[in-house]
Write a protein that binds this ligand. Structure first.
Ligand SMILES: [Zn+2]
Length: 67
């Protein structure tokens, strides 16, 4: 049989442990070209720019966005 805890932990201790468990807001970085909020280190989906240069050719239509 496995070991069992001898005493229950207090609610204060439980709260201290769970204080570090929380949701995080995803980080966003503004695009240098169109100032659209995107994930950092990713190509901007609005204009297709990354690191100051055009990486993806973005079509204006709603169809495929791949070059
Ligand atoms: Zn952009």
């Amino acid at each position: 049989m496995p070991q069992e805890p001898k005493k229950r932990h207090s609610r204060q201790r439980q709260g201290k442990r769970r204080a570090s468990i929380h949701l995080q807001i995803p980080k966003g970085a503004a695009c240098a070209n169109c100032s659209n909020i995107t994930l950092p280190h990713t190509v901007c989906k609005q204009c297709g720019y990354y690191d100051g240069r055009q990486v993806l050719a973005i079509k204006k239509n709603k169809n495929e966005n791949r070059s």
